[in-house]
Design a protein around this ligand. Structure first.
Ligand SMILES: Cc1ncc(COP(=O)(O)O)c(C=O)c1O
Length: 263
């Protein structure tokens, strides 16, 4: 049984009936209770995003168990206490559904698309490290977190597969990334020089350090803009200890699944 503290502003119902604990890729309240899985084809620039579970406000999260009296005693009554049960079998079901969606049976591809599960913000309030551990067991190839602190929590939970730190890093944070085997996202040109310096100082220099490039494709939150591409390319040419392993973007309208009208 693992417990995680969440925010103090509950949005969720106090108790989730058994009938609502399982969810899949269909609309409904149960769906919002579970982790959003966002899927990226890591080898290509194409990324597929799935519905975001923004129900990130819970006081307690349990994995597949009902609240015992000991747990009830630990509930904080600051704000409105909320109990959420996360179904691991539903998480696995969702992962399988997403895998089938991104790798349609009729499609001819040399390598199947991989899945990167976003477990940022404590898994949107549902226990990021625990969910990552469960999804790793179920076959998720990658994990996405906001910052190094979250990545370290995921590592501490025992996750061994690659963890991408989606929002870049602050100057001085590079060694923490490398020491914890977290994959950096480059969101600004000048970060390359910092990462290169940290990579060149590693004791074990056998392999180059992989990183991903985040492109701003219209959300205007984070990422290299078209005007920064020259700077990025020049800096990359001066970075022998780094290796560009992936390119990704955050869709400006990630919740819209209908095809965009063509003008
Ligand atoms: C490509 C991509 N997908 C998903 C996410 C998850 O963030 P959000 O919940 O804000 O969509 C991020 C965050 O940086 C991201 O870069």
């Amino acid at each position: 049984m693992t417990m995680a503290e969440g925010s103090q502003l509950p949005l969720l119902p106090g108790f989730i009936p058994q009938s609502q604990r399982f969810c899949c890729l269909r609309p409904g309240s149960a769906r919002k209770l579970l982790l959003a899985l966002r899927v990226a084809s890591l080898a290509a620039t194409r990324a597929v995003a799935f519905g975001s579970a923004r129900a990130n406000v819970v006081n307690l999260v349990s994995f597949g168990e009902r609240m015992s009296s000991a747990q009830k005693n630990r509930v904080s009554f600051v704000g409105r206490p909320v109990w959420a049960e996360v179904s691991l079998s539903a998480l696995e079901f969702n992962l399988r559904s997403i895998r089938a969606y991104v790798n349609p049976p009729g499609e001819k591809r040399k390598a199947p698309r991989k899945i990167l599960s976003i477990v940022k913000g404590n898994g949107y309030g549902h226990g990021g490290p625990q969910v990552a551990k469960a999804l790793e067991k179920a076959g998720s190839e990658w994990f996405g977190v906001t910052c190094t602190a979250e990545g370290i929590e995921v590592r501490k939970a025992g996750v061994r597969r690659p963890v991408l730190v989606l929002t870049g890093f602050w100057p001085g944070e590079e060694k923490r990334l490398l020491d914890n085997d977290l994959t950096a996202a480059i969101t600004r040109c000048e970060q390359l020089a910092l990462l290169e310096r940290a990579a060149s100082r590693r004791r074990a220099k056998r392999a180059s350090v992989p990183f991903h490039l985040k492109i701003d494709s219209g959300m205007n939150r984070l990422g290299i803009a078209p005007a920064d591409v020259d700077c990025f390319a020049r800096q990359l040419a001066k970075s022998p200890h780094l290796r560009l392993d992936g390119v990704f973007t955050h869709f400006a309208s990630s919740e819209v699944f209908e095809p965009a009208p063509h003008g």
